[in-house]
Design a protein around this ligand. Structure first.
Ligand SMILES: [Zn+2]
Length: 373
């Protein structure tokens, strides 16, 4: 029997901010929840409130000293110099903010729950998940905990063995790769912008045989992504015969994102979401990066539509349009006069383009190395 997809969310994300100047000052998950409800897409039977993970559950991967430091930082709303140096807390990228323990622990709790829900199969969308840079004992790259790793370990505890992790965020998932390097039952595929932080994930970096990394040049377009999807991602995942697929669907690879220089439309992400669905009996779709509040809301709401087979309307109904018009993006030029279609549509105009020689060449290297050609 086909199971109905579950959506894991929480009200903790509404109004939570990393601070006035941080890229994560913008609302993201609450926009997706509001938009999907306004569209009549988020039935109460499909919505699950994310539990907050208990510290003991986080130490399945994270170091207990680090978890204690994170809890302490929330209580004190400050860290010592020694704690900053050791744990990466209280920095520009990973500031101490009001919910600095509760919010990431809630996202981690959602991915832990997803692993349990998927024991018997199904589809889960957890847009607050996808914090793929978190390290065992350190905050890293806007991430305090690593919920994808915790979710995959939760799947393992539920008896799920072979996991394909696909990451289409603009950044390389260094934390996830660290966790599962050389694991023969994990396949990690990442497509990310070249020469961008964290500067890992080179074409020849294989994480002990468990990873396939494709760095792509600035301006990466929908046509190029379609070729990557059809000739690399899908054949590899299909051949791997995964028991579960975890997709990190970061929204920072779309053209309007302020932090990266890729040029995808949200159609590219949705096509990956749709194509992976039939390749395993368990499917967890996470969020990830994404720093333009409109493009994040539009992309991840569309992910939910794709997972449910819902038709995306050409024009949003008035109640959904209100959600979009009420968003603010202070401190960014593009937030001053957003284009009208950010308010009135979910779907971007496709961004097709030429397939560049270096993209073809890198794909050929990987296909040859992986025995696909
Ligand atoms: Zn990212």
């Amino acid at each position: 029997m086909e199971q109905v997809p579950s959506f894991i969310g929480s009200e903790i994300y509404r109004g939570s901010s990393y601070g006035a100047w941080h890229p994560l000052r913008v609302p993201r998950v609450s926009t997706v929840m509001d938009l999907c409800r306004a569209l009549g897409w988020l039935d109460r039977s499909q919505y699950l409130t994310s539990p907050r993970a208990r510290p003991a559950a986080l130490t399945h991967w994270h170091e207990p000293e680090y978890i204690s430091a994170l809890q302490r930082a929330e209580v004190r709303q400050a860290v010592s110099d020694a704690e900053r140096d050791r744990f990466g807390l209280g920095t520009h990228s990973n500031p101490v903010y009001a919910e600095v323990f509760r919010r990431p622990a809630t996202a981690a709790g959602g991915s832990l729950l997803a692993g349990e829900l998927l024991a018997r199969g199904g589809v889960v969308h957890h847009p607050a998940g996808g914090t793929h840079h978190g390290l065992p004992g350190r905050a890293n790259g806007f991430c305090y905990l690593n919920d994808p790793v915790l979710g995959m370990l939760s799947l393992r505890r539920a008896g799920v063995r072979r996991i394909a992790y696909v990451d289409i965020d603009a950044h390389h998932p260094d934390g996830v790769e660290l966790a599962f390097a050389a694991d023969p039952d994990v396949l990690m595929i990442s497509v990310h912008e070249e020469r961008r932080w964290p500067f890992t994930g080179a074409l020849d970096a294989r994480a002990g045989g468990s990873a396939v990394n494709l760095p792509v040049p600035a301006g990466f377009n929908d046509t190029e992504m379609a070729l990557v999807r059809e000739t690399l991602i899908l054949p590899l995942v299909e051949r791997f015969r995964a028991d579960a697929i975890v997709l990190q669907c970061g929204a920072d690879a779309v053209e309007e994102d302020p932090l990266s220089h890729l040029a995808l439309s949200n159609n590219a992400h949705w096509a990956v979401v749709a194509a992976l669905r039939s390749l395993a009996p368990r499917y967890l779709v996470l969020g990830g990066g994404g720093y333009n509040p409109w493009s994040v809301g539009r992309l991840w709401s569309g992910v939910w539509a794709v997972l449910n087979g819902l038709e995306i309307p050409d024009r949003l109904p008035p109640t959904a349009e209100v959600v979009m018009r009420n968003l603010r993006w202070d401190g960014n030029r593009r937030g001053k006069s957003p284009p009208e279609h950010w308010f009135t549509t979910l779907r971007d105009t496709p961004r097709d383009g030429a397939i560049r020689d270096d993209v073809r060449a890198r794909l050929a290297v990987l296909r040859h190395r992986e025995g696909l050609s």
